[in-house]
Ligand binder design. Structure first.
Ligand code: CTP
Length: 403
């Protein structure tokens, strides 16, 4: 996945031979985690079938204001479609459609969507080289640029006519890379490296047993994905968790014990701008780890435990320019305890979860947090899905980075 993950993309397909490539384009966009809806000009259907594109996008494909063959035809609302989109990509964009876009013509659903769209519009021209070079086409490009539309330049190469020159639609991979790069430019965490710890740690007792906790890693994984979607380069140091994350900007290091998490965090801390420690690290581990499985015996068994190193506190001791964010999971005197942790561990921000709050804590999909800043501001939030909580936390981090 990439910065396109979760984005609503309206793909406009017009009647050029490159329309066959729009099937690959839909597939790539979906693979990157985008939600794709397709709007076609009526003639584009002669180049690629709506069935192909609806199967790949898993959405209905739109090409006219009404569904002519259906007696109970419904109005396909271009305004709704255009407003749904986070970005409108027209690929391939023929000379005909581009010139209508520049002139304000609205004689099909795709053009009506274009005129209604408030989101960024990208277009990938596809035409023969002489059409491409023609002054009227060049003028169209200038007009569209003046509207703020973004051109994904056509490539040089062999054209459907057999001629060789500029006019070939950019390859689907290049279109996706172009979009990602362009979106990245405007993201608030671009260029920032964020280290995140997540999940539980397991402290071995013997080769088959451990001391662990109920943390699922959901909060840390949500933070990793949200940070990457905001343009950050993320290093996720994860304890044992069933969760997976596949994102171009997230590197995952899997660890088991507090010691392994400590080592990974210390190796990479110097290189990061922000560290968010959301892992539920074991505070104690067995002093001795048995080489062989401990056999059952008469009477009770006593395990001697020793303290693990506090990763967060140790990073607080060595931090320089980094912004350090910790979590506090409390069951009593919540605010007071969290404020003490913030100070003691030399943090810039602490995220308080209280186990007394409904919908907060381990394993749930929701969380209820209170943020406490270094200058003692207390900001409570309502119960929300962990994905939204992640964005609330990141919003504050972004504010502190720009303060
Ligand atoms: N933490 C850590 N390393 C540890 C223990 C905790 O990095 N060995 C981090 C957690 O990731 C979290 C913060 O410290 O960001 C607070 O964890 P929490 O369990 O609430 O507090 P503790 O400091 O362990 O104190 P206590 O258990 O006494 O509340």
């Amino acid at each position: 996945m990439s910065v396109l993950s979760g984005k609503n993309i309206l793909l406009g397909v017009t009647a050029g031979i490159a329309a066959y490539k729009s099937a690959f384009l839909v597939r790539l966009l979906v693979k990157e985690g985008a939600k794709v809806k397709v709007v076609m000009t009526p003639s584009a259907k002669e180049f690629v079938t709506p069935l192909t594109l609806s199967t790949l996008s898993k959405n209905e494909v739109f090409s006219s204001f009404t569904d002519d063959e259906n007696e109970n035809a419904q109005w396909n609302n271009h305004v709704e479609l255009a407003l749904w989109a986070d970005l409108f990509l027209i690929a391939p964009a023929t000379a005909n459609t581009l010139s209508k876009m520049a002139g304000g013509t609205s004689d099909n659903l795709l053009l009506a969507c274009y005129l209604s769209a408030k989101c960024p519009v990208y277009y990938a021209p596809a035409m023969d080289l002489d059409m491409y070079k023609h002054p009227t086409t060049q003028q169209t490009f200038d007009t569209l640029e003046s509207f703020g539309n973004i051109q994904i330049p056509a490539a040089y190469g062999e054209l459907a006519s057999g001629l060789v020159g500029q006019g070939r639609m950019a390859e689907p991979e290049d279109i996706v890379a172009f979009l990602e790069k362009d979106i990245l430019k405007s993201l608030p965490l671009r260029g920032k490296k964020i280290l995140i710890t997540a999940g539980p740690t397991y402290e071995a007792i013997d080769p088959v047993r451990f001391i662990g906790n109920h943390s699922s890693g959901k909060m840390g994984y949500a933070l990793a994905e949200a940070s990457a979607n905001l343009g950050a380069e993320v290093l996720l140091i994860s304890g044992p968790s069933n969760l997976q994350i596949l994102h171009n900007y997230v590197e995952v290091i899997r660890v088991t014990s507090a010691k392994e998490m400590y080592d990974a965090a210390h190796t990479r801390f110097g290189d990061c701008d922000v560290a968010i420690l959301s892992a539920a690290v074991a505070d104690y581990r067995p002093k001795q780890v048995a080489d062989q499985k401990i056999k059952k015996k008469e009477g009770s068994l006593t395990l001697q435990l020793e303290k693990t190193d506090d990763i967060l506190a140790s990073l607080g001791e060595i931090k320089q320019e980094q912004l350090l964010v910790g979590f506090a999971l409390e069951t009593e005197n919540e605010l007071e305890n969290a404020k003490t942790k913030l100070k003691k561990k030399n943090l810039d921000l602490i995220v308080l979860n209280s186990l007394n709050d409904k919908g907060a804590g381990f394993k749930t999909d929701t969380n209820k947090i209170t943020l406490i800043t270094k200058d003692n501001k207390v900001i409570p939030f309502s119960v929300k899905p962990k994905t939204e909580v992640a964005n609330d936390i990141l919003k504050h981090i972004i504010q502190q980075l720009h303060a």
